[in-house]
Design a binder for this molecule. Structure first.
Ligand SMILES: Cc1ncc(COP(=O)(O)O)c(C=O)c1O
Length: 395
């Protein structure tokens, strides 16, 4: 076997696989409605694109410090203060090639073989695979859909052992769109401080909030929890900049920041200089530009939720954040559609794609086989057409 053991443990990303199949069908001329995407369908705002173009014209095309341009880190520190009430120095921030890369760096820098990491389930696919890649053990803590995917603290406490090193908090969540309550975040913070378990707070969807919800960073509850938390965020989702690859982390622990800086300097070096310059512009963008996208997402969210709830066999928790729906189809399990027995999310999503020409992501990719994920980061017309097709298929 030419491939190292380390990589063999890693499962291929199901979300990317279904997206690739849908894209191939589209390329072959099939009219596929794609609900698979984990990225805004909006274009990057003009001022940000212009900044990128100018960066090239001005020859800002050379290496920068490995952990990011000082100006960008300064602006990120200002953003964390302004939006999240978190005081960090630019030197406590590391800019990477997307939040995914920041997370990878954290796991690589923190996990020793056998260390356990609490992952709430349903979970974003890459957490589990990255933890395994770092020789850690993901410990899943199931969230109850009937309780709006809030945390069951008895269950959480029962999963904590002497080997628990980290917990991942992802609010708003991918794939459920759930936003944790302030009281849950406070309880998590207490557990973290009392049991000395570090927290990764993945806040990438912080701007995608609805129903009057506001974002609270777990790190903002006090000195002790801030010292225990590594905040992860990025520009991908809020500024429609997924392809630019700018994410970042903020942490107080000097040793950890130095270790990650070192790791990054020997792997990717700095994130793309041009993207960093565009990132500087992004952070100076009028918040109204971001809010306009969020408002549009909200319209689609309401429409999609109404339509999904009207389909017999589906139940769907109202998501207050991100841009995903995570309907449950438990009631359809065992039923036959187009001669195929529905036995789980892979079969259902395959039926959606082949019979209804709709791309959705099987819930099994996120640890829940009786659900599937639909992204509403697509036009209202597509949402209408796609849901019509699902409805017709299941009639
Ligand atoms: C929960 C979550 N965290 C992190 C990321 C990574 O985003 P990026 O690497 O584009 O910054 C994603 C992207 O889908 C995500 O859904």
């Amino acid at each position: 076997m030419i491939v190292a053991n380390r990589v063999q443990k890693v499962a291929p990303s199901l979300t990317l696989a279904i997206d690739a199949k849908a894209k191939q069908m589209k390329a072959d001329g099939v009219d596929v409605i794609g609900f698979g995407a984990g990225e805004p369908d909006f274009n990057t705002p003009e001022n940000i694109k212009e900044a990128g173009i100018k960066a090239i014209q001005n020859n800002q095309t050379r290496y920068t410090p490995s952990s990011g341009m000082p100006d960008l880190r300064k602006l990120i520190a200002e953003k964390l203060m302004k939006d999240n009430n978190l005081e960090y120095k630019p030197g406590q921030i590391i800019v990477s090639c997307g939040a995914k890369h920041s997370l990878y760096n954290i796991f690589m820098a923190m996990i020793n073989p056998g260390d356990e990491v609490i992952v709430f389930s349903p979970f974003w696919v890459s957490y589990v695979e990255q933890i395994k890649l770092a020789d850690g053990i993901p410990v899943l803590v199931e969230l109850d859909e009937a309780k709006n995917f809030e945390i069951d603290f008895d269950l959480l406490n029962s999963k904590i052992t002497s080997k628990t090193k980290l917990m991942i908090v992802n609010s708003p969540s991918n794939p459920t769109g759930a936003v944790l309550s302030e009281s849950s975040l406070k309880k998590l913070a207490e557990i973290s401080v009392n049991k000395n378990i570090k927290v990764i707070s993945d806040e990438i969807y912080e701007k995608n909030l609805y129903n009057g919800r506001t974002h609270i960073s777990i790190a903002s509850f006090g000195k002790e929890i801030k010292a225990n938390t590594i905040v992860v965020n990025g520009l991908s989702k809020s500024y429609a900049m997924t392809g630019w690859r700018i994410g970042y982390l903020a942490a107080e622990d000097k040793e950890l920041v130095a270790a990650i800086d070192n790791l990054q300097s020997h792997s990717t070096s700095n994130p793309t200089t041009i993207s960093q310059v565009a990132g500087i512009e992004a952070l100076k963008t009028d918040p109204k530009v971001v809010q306009a996208m969020v408002d549009e997402f909200d319209k689609r969210r309401k429409y999609m939720l109404g339509r999904l709830r009207a389909i017999p066999g589906f139940t769907c928790v109202e998501p207050d954040g991100a841009f995903y729906m995570f309907p449950n189809f438990k009631k359809l399990i065992g039923k036959e559609v187009k001669g195929k027995k529905i036995d789980g999310s892979m079969t259902l999503c395959d039926l959606f794609l082949t019979e209804a020409k709709v791309a959705a992501v099987p819930g099994i990719a996120f640890g829940r086989d009786n659900s599937f994920r639909l992204s509403y980061a697509t036009s209202m017309a597509n949402i209408e057409k796609g849901i019509n097709r699902i409805e017709d298929l299941l009639k």
